[in-house]
Design a protein around this ligand. Structure first.
Ligand code: NAD
Length: 514
């Protein structure tokens, strides 16, 4: 994590931040924030490198990415150690969500790019279809700015960057000031993989450095982070009409129907709420349980949450790691204290872990909470599970939809058809039935929020194509363009006849449309 250190001796105009390991509270170094001039220089370097990178064949770019995957696998320990030092994640979370996920995304995109980025032929409808063809080509945009948050610092730098690079763009990334070296690792590995200089650069800095990148003339901004910053990015991009995608916060609802397998749902809730210390954009943040199984669900969820082990003394057997940032700790504590003051029942947790020196918050299960409290309305982003009893599914759906967020969510029932029908009624970007929050990891699916949770998709073919300009090229008929001049009554009559034939005559309709 980073703590602001307003140093007087700012070197070369760079602000300095002090970096601290949240698990041990030991100082682990400093971050010097790059200046506007340095950001502009990085973008200029990326722009100079882009034509040669785009001129490579897709297979050549894929080969570079496969070398990058080799380097990621080779450096697996190095990546996880860097991430753990900056975030206090348990080794399991660091390996799975940073290294495995990055390799998995890379492999998927390399395979998918051959289909998604290759030229296509389109056949126009109507009369144009008799005379012309359209070739679609997917042109790189140029230089892409990638801005990443701290909860998945390596993978959230890697995933958009790999897509952008495969599509022929060069990238300039800016990792979070909370986890700068975890993002920087991605640049180091690109260099080790032999990527040409300037194809992938990772800037070091805070929000101000990020704002320089947004307004540096990049051809697209791919942003992952909070709603508040997302709105600033949207405003800055609108000044220059720079395209952008926003992957923002969530307040995912979990609906547990009376016919659900309670044990499965409890595992889903506790894992979905506590994985990555609850710093998970599609983590479980609100739970609505139908009355008949409510008591059993609460009891089992509390037992399981209580059993989770915290602290680095557990080594690889640590279940729930540190809170990555002191500012997030303050947000979590304020939501929990607000709920306690208003009368919530805390079944387990509800406080910092008193046995740990670092920033640890105990996995928390609470009930007797109201829909309009902070813990049910604002993104808590911690291992905190507020549970509400509902009379029926209709009440659960209404409550799930009563949110400014709409990123992900889940429904639990043994009746899959019913689950699907409920999922379709939730106002959110994606849903799961009897599953939890792996949506971001499903590379083939277009992951993106509605309402305040974002704009655009980070995954699926839309995301990959989003790093291109889909350029249609109309190919004229072999005899070339007939001007149609001079206009006269006979040509008007012919046009009328043709229209009537195409859409009133059964033979015409067979060929030209229903
Ligand atoms: P944040 O918005 O504070 O910061 C994100 C990044 O933006 C950082 O690199 C930061 O330095 C930079 N930044 C800050 N101000 C900026 C500005 N004015 N211009 C340009 N860049 C600026 O978010 P965070 O606290 O780092 O991340 C946590 C948030 O990210 C949570 O809300 C979480 O839900 C969300 N998130 C969403 C997804 C998703 O896929 N939807 C994934 C992970 C995290």
């Amino acid at each position: 994590m980073a703590i602001f250190e307003p140093l007087a001796d700012i070197s070369g105009g760079r602000r300095k931040l002090k970096l601290t390991n949240p698990a041990t509270l030991e100082e682990i170094g400093e971050l010097e924030c790059q200046t506007k001039a340095e950001v502009d220089a990085a973008v200029a370097k990326a722009r100079a490198a882009q034509p040669a990178w785009a001129a490579l064949s897709l297979d050549e770019r894929i080969n570079y990415m496969l070398k990058l995957r080799d380097e990621m696998l080779k450096a697996s320990d190095e990546i996880t150690e860097t991430v753990i030092r900056e975030t206090g994640k348990p080794p399991q979370d660091a390996l799975t969500f940073e290294v495995y996920a990055s390799c998995d995304f890379l492999s998927y995109w390399c395979k998918q790019a051959k289909k998604t980025l290759k030229d296509e032929k389109l056949k126009p409808g109507g009369l144009l279809g008799l005379m012309k063809k359209v070739v679609m080509t997917y042109k790189p945009l140029g230089v892409v700015g990638v801005i990443a948050p701290w909860n998945g610092p390596f993978v959230l730098t890697a995933n958009p960057s790999i897509q952008a690079m495969l599509a022929g763009n060069t990238v300039v990334c800016k990792g979070s000031e909370v986890t700068p070296y975890s993002s920087k690792m991605f640049e180091t590995l690109c260099q080790r993989a032999g990527l040409p200089d300037g194809v992938c650069q990772v800037l070091m800095g805070d929000g101000e450095t990020g704002s320089y990148l947004t307004s540096s003339g990049v051809n697209k901004v791919s942003f992952t982070g909070s709603v508040a910053t997302g709105k600033k990015i949207a405003a800055a991009c609108s000044e220059t009409l720079t395209p952008f995608t926003l992957e923002l916060g969530g307040k995912d609802a979990m609906i547990v129907c009376a016919d659900a397998n309670v044990d499965d749902a409890v595992h889903g809730a506790v894992w979905g709420g506590c994985v990555n210390t609850g710093h998970f954009c599609c983590g479980v943040e609100r739970i609505y349980v139908e009355a008949p199984i409510y008591d059993e669900f609460v009891k089992k969820a509390a037992e399981m949450a209580k059993s989770l082990r915290q602290g680095q003394s557990h080594g690889v057997e640590e279940d729930v790691g540190a809170v990555f940032w002191d500012r997030q700790m303050s947000i979590m504590e304020s939501h929990v204290e607000d709920a306690k003051a208003k009368g919530a029942t805390i079944h387990t947790g509800g406080q910092r872990n008193p046995n740990e020196k670092g920033l640890y918050f105990e996995p928390t299960v609470m009930t007797d909470v109201e829909e309009d409290w902070d813990v049910m309305q604002l993104e808590t982003f911690g291992p905190i599970l507020p549970i509400i009893k509902v009379n029926d599914v209709e009440e659960a759906i209404a409550k799930a939809n009563d949110s400014n967020y709409g990123l992900h969510g889940s429904v639990w029932t043994k009746d899959k058809e019913k689950g699907l029908a409920i999922a379709k009624r939730i106002e959110t970007g994606s849903m799961a039935v009897n599953d939890i929050g792996m949506m971001y990891g499903v590379a083939c699916a277009p992951f993106g929020g509605v309402k305040e949770s974002g704009m655009g998709s980070v995954n699926g073919q839309y995301a990959l194509r989003g790093y291109t300009h889909p350029m249609p090229i109309v190919m004229g008929a072999y005899r070339g363009q007939d001007s149609g001049y001079p206009h006269d009554q006979k040509k008007l009559d012919q046009m009328n006849w043709i229209m009537n034939f195409m859409w009133k005559n059964p033979i015409g309709r067979f060929f030209f449309g229903p």
